[in-house]
Each structure stands twice: as C-alpha cells, then as structure tokens.
Design a protein. Structure first.
Ligand SMILES: *Cc1c(COP(=O)(O)O)cnc(C)c1O
Length: 399
C-alpha cells in the first residue's frame, strides 16, 4: 500500500525519491510535511465486535503498541519498498531483529550455516546461546560457495551472512549462495547493515530475508537504536505476531521510527559521500609505509574486488586495516587521532575508530578469533561525513 494516491506508481520513481516519500501522504495527516509521531500504547475499538475482529485478523486496524503503530507502519512500508520486499518489521535493535527472526522461524534441532565472520553479538548469539536452545550453527567460509554445499545437512533450515562482513570486509556472492540455499530448501538471510538498500539489494539477487541494524546507516546520526527485517508478507506476519508479540517484545518506539524516516531522507547523499571519502582514504592508507594491509572492497588488492563492483552500487564507508606494528601500533593510532572518535557503532556523520578484538568482537575468544580468521591487530574505521582532507590529515598524521 503506497499512500501516494495522487502520484506515479512507486516503481517508476528513483531510489532517492522513494526514500523521501514512499508510504506517506501528507494529505492524510492534515497536510503535515513530516509524519506524526503517534505516542500511544493502545488503540480504541469502535465496538466490542470490532475489537474482536481486529484480534482475529478479520478487520484492519491497530491493536496494541507491541504489534503496530502508525508512525512505525510508515517506516515499515518505506523499508520494504526500498529493499524490494513485500513487507518489513521494524524492531528496537538489530539484535532484536535477529532474535525475532530466529526464535520464530527455527525450532530445537534445526541448523544454521553461517559465514565465518559476523558482527560480535550475532556471533555470541549463534555460537554461545542458540545451542542452549538446541539450534546449532556451522560456520563456513561463504566467500567460497562450494564450502556451503559441503556444510549443508538434512537439518539446515537457514543460511546466514553479512556482506561485506563486519569487521574484515569479506564479500560474499549473494546470487551464488542464494541459488545453493534455495536448492537445499534453506532460507537465505543477508544482514545488509553495511550497505543499506541503496548500495545493495539482496532480495533482488535471490535472498529470502534481509536484516538490518537501523542503528547504523539507516538512522545515520548515532542517536537511536533500531533494527529491521524485510521479507515476504507471510514471514513478516509471523515475526510480528509471534516473534515480537510473544517472544522478544523488541518493538521500536514511534519516536525512533520518526528519526529513521528523517535519516532516510538523506540516505543516498550520505552513502555517496561515505563511499567517496572511504574510497580515497583506503587508497591513501594502502600507500602508507606503516600500513601492512587495508581491507576495502574498492581496492584492486581486495580478494573479491570484481564481485563487489558487480554486487554493490558503491563500496561503502567501512574500512579495516592492519598496521606493520600490529596491535600496539593500532592502539597508538587510535590514541593519536583528533577528528576520528574512539567509539564503536558505525554509519554516523562522525568518523569512528575502534579495535574489534577488544571491543565490538570481544565475544570471540582468542582461539575463536584465530579459527574465524581475524587478527588481533585489526583496526576498524567507520568513515564519516567530514571533509576528506581533514580526515586524511588526521589519519595519516597519526600514523
Ligand atoms: C551493529 C550491528 C548489528 C546489531 O545491531 P544493534 O542495532 O546494535 O542491535 C548487527 N549486524 C551488524 C552487521 C551490525 O553492525
């Protein structure tokens, strides 16, 4: 449902136009340019019969704040449209999106095959906590699709990846993995946090489900926590009416939904700028004598450079690097920068620098880090929206 009643059909409009308008018509809200923030926990029914019909799914309308809110519904329509999915569910955090998804769709005894490199708390959930509920995760290198074929078993219900992977920027071939997962009858889930639908649309490449930490680029300003799942209406209805309603309660606030809608207005501008600055900085860093290795898909030295150029509109704002002086040199770099901020999270206007092994990915113990293939010395930079020249001087000066 587009709500763009007097305007052309959404599909004929460009991405930026849809990111600004889709799913909201000011004329339905007293002409208010911006969507109202509906601060309400519950909704009045016309009659007892009407309330019963809404609960039975026989009448449209809101029931209770945990399962729906008009401001949140605008955000959900817009996210579904931008990712090219039928429906979306917004949640209180990215982790809330993942637990709603997995606790709803999987049962004890089921298996997940996941890429070997995941965001720290996703890894914590998969490796340390899902097994307590009888769900087991096999980690494989999904940059090699043949590895997936070998890992699939009779109980595999889900294949899960990030691409590029947090923190070390490995790029997974979404279309190739989708093909293998479909033939095995497993749902293929892509965490699209690093790219947003502007840079990469996994559903169009054959994935079944997209997840987001909307805390990052979708919100874009470091002032909220939120998550999202985009999939078929059938799956989203189950996640809403079982996952969030009865399992994790991870509903997003109307105000945070409003802030994400505001962030989406500048999504294309921000992603273009993040990508352009990161691409230049990645080249600068790679050329510096103190740097051992830069992980950025826009560099010719990146192992999946050609795939990334096919799969992504631009190479994004995230860079990882290792210094020749290892962790000690990385810590010194972090302590010397003056514009980049020492902080976790990503996707904000401010450039953020952090050390995954002791911060975002501290959920991996040293053995796990070695097994999953990322080093102690890795430094992660979320390139912000400041002037390129200032960031260049800040980072190269600190090196
Ligand atoms: C941050 C992050 C998450 C978790 O999202 P929260 O909003 O912090 O709960 C999941 N996946 C990726 C790739 C992330 O960067």
């Amino acid at each position: 449902m587009s709500h763009l009643t007097s305007r052309p059909a959404p599909n004929s409009l460009g991405f930026a136009t849809r990111a600004i308008h889709h799913g909201y018509d000011p004329q339905l809200h007293l002409g208010s340019l911006n969507p109202p923030v509906f601060l309400t926990s519950t909704y009045a029914f016309d009659s007892a019969a009407e309330g019963a019909a809404r609960f039975a799914g026989e009448a449209d309308g809101f029931i209770y704040g945990r399962v729906g809110n008009p401001t949140v519904a605008i955000l959900e329509r817009r996210l579904a449209e931008l990712e090219g999915g039928e429906a979306a569910l917004a949640t209180s955090s990215g982790v809330g999106a993942l637990t709603a998804l997995i606790w709803t769709l999987l049962n004890s005894g089921d298996e997940i095959v996941a890429d070997q490199m995941l965001y720290g708390c996703t890894f914590g959930l998969f490796e340390h906590h899902l097994p307590r509920f009888g769900i087991h995760v096999r980690f494989v290198d999904l940059t090699d699709p043949a590895g997936l074929t070998a890992a699939l078993g009779a109980k595999t219900r889900m294949v899960f990846t990030e691409t590029p992977s947090n923190p070390n920027m490995r790029v997974v071939d979404i279309a190739a993995i989708a093909d293998i997962a479909r033939r095995a009858g497993a749902l293929f889930v892509v965490d699209n946090t690093y790219c947003t639908p502007y840079l990469q649309r996994p559903l169009e490449l054959g994935a079944d489900i997209v997840t987001h930490s909307a805390t990052k680029y979708l919100g874009g300003h470091g002032d909220l926590l939120a998550g999202a799942v985009i999939a078929s209406k059938e799956i989203i209805d189950r996640l809403r009416f079982t996952g969030v309603k009865e399992l994790n309660g991870a509903c997003i606030s109307a105000f945070d939904a409003f802030l994400i809608l505001r962030g989406l207005k500048t999504l294309t501008l921000r992603m273009d700028r993040h990508s352009a600055t990161a691409e230049k900085l990645a080249h600068d860093l790679e050329a510096h004598p103190a740097v051992a290795r830069v992980y950025y898909p826009g560099l010719a030295s990146h192992p999946q450079h050609a795939l990334a150029q096919r799969q992504m509109r631009a190479m994004g704002g995230m860079i990882a690097l290792e210094l020749k002086g290892g962790l000690a040199a990385g810590r010194a770099l972090m302590d010397k920068v003056r514009i980049a901020t020492r902080a976790v999270s990503l996707g904000d206007a401010e450039t953020l620098i952090q050390h995954p092994a002791s911060m975002t990915h501290a959920t991996y113990d040293p053995d796990e880090r070695a097994r999953h293939g990322f080093t102690d010395g890795l430094i992660r930079i979320s390139v912000g929206l400041e002037d390129y020249e200032d960031l260049r001087e800040d980072l190269l000066g600190a090196l």
